[in-house]
Write a protein that binds this ligand. Sequence first.
Ligand code: GLU
Length: 479
Amino acid sequence: MEIITRFAPSPTGYIHIGNVRSAIYPYLLAKQNKGKMILRIEDTDRARYVEGATELIEDTLEWLGLNWDEGPIVGGPHGPYFQSERMEIYHKWARKLIESGRAYADPTPPEQIAQYREKCNQEKVPFLYRNFRPENTTEWKPGIPLRFKAEPKSYTWHDEVMGDMHAGPEVLDDIILIKKDGYPTYNFAHIVDDAEMGVTHVMRGVEYLSSTPNYLALYEALHLAQPKLVSLPHILAPQGNKKLGKRDGAKSVTEYRDDGVLAEAMLNYLACLGWNDGTEQEIYTKDELIKNFSLDRIQNSGARYDETKLLWLNGQWIRRIFTEQGAEALYARTTNFWPEIANDFSDEYKIKVLSIIYDRLKTLSDLREMTTYFFEDPRIDIDMLVNNKFVKKLSEAEIEELLKLTIAKLTDLKEWNADNIQIILNELLTETGKKPAELFSLIRIAISFAPFSPALNLTMDVLGRNITLARLNTVARSI
Ligand code: GLU
């Protein structure tokens, strides 16, 4: 049997990190089994529809490399893939239910329904619409909602993550199938679509678990086979016990891209949030995730979002791309992340800078702050220099003398390269008897005035002889 999964977002805004696992896991399962993942846009809630949201969803999936096999853009045999274009299909299935006596048109005005609800509240009994079902049904026509005629009974079912489940008849109700605007509800539309599209595994957030008995009743009434049900636990906010939502500042997935997180790291992080393969492995390529993924290792409780871990993984991925694919491959990812001043410099020069600094980056956007002194002379800040915890052990006279000696030896250096510079630095240590931390902090700050820099000889090599000497001279004169 071919495995068919789907990601079925509603175009109500951007995809944030709390809900993108509902795309990742269906993708992994489908790919692992040489099956298909469908992208279906659930746009029947016209009040919540947001212009441009579908494009955002597509952009997010494309960036993460979660290429859908059927859906918008790519098409496929089960289209259309926008629910709003499938109205006839829902109406066809709705009529089947009317014919079999399992659905009825409900003209009850909303105020009346509100009164029923209020009555239940006062009597402290759960509100079930089936207890107020109108007796005289009318013909179903536009403008009148269509309701399911529920039969109160118990259900047991198996959820691939939550295990064996049971619910009593109190959950079963006359849910609305088609709203008065003619659009189907999520409850009805997804049942029809999953069946028509041949979906074998319904993977979605755990918030749909409580409604599952109603879905099971619909499968029965429509004589449809029940797909495998997979409830994905929530991703929890960094603090407390609530799920991560837009209100807790859950950023959109693509915002992380714009902040310099690599797609590989994002996918790796989110896939492993609430799933593991039972080993200690932390870094996974997409192919490794596809190979190792299994439904039975999705954890059944919420997993906590931890941005520090994401950024750590991102740093690992930056190093990995550099070492496995080379400096140019990493450089190709950095286009938008350099300080503006770097625009005037060649790719070759920027690759050199990247090659000595990449292993300190947590995100690509760190380049913006961490590399400015490679492109323009830093602002001289003598206070910062003399107050540095190592430099402060040197007297002003010593600082001046050390700078002069450094300048003299570097001026005499024949061939300017990292190895030769290191030899000079070592000689300076022996000749002056200073501690490496004192001497090297002095030189490092004098040429960069930055809190961190790559190894001193590498930094000087990339800056070049003229700039290095000019900066040292400027500082020597300012002391
Ligand atoms: N449209 C629903 C949502 O965005 C999808 C739920 C499902 O995957 O069935 O929450």
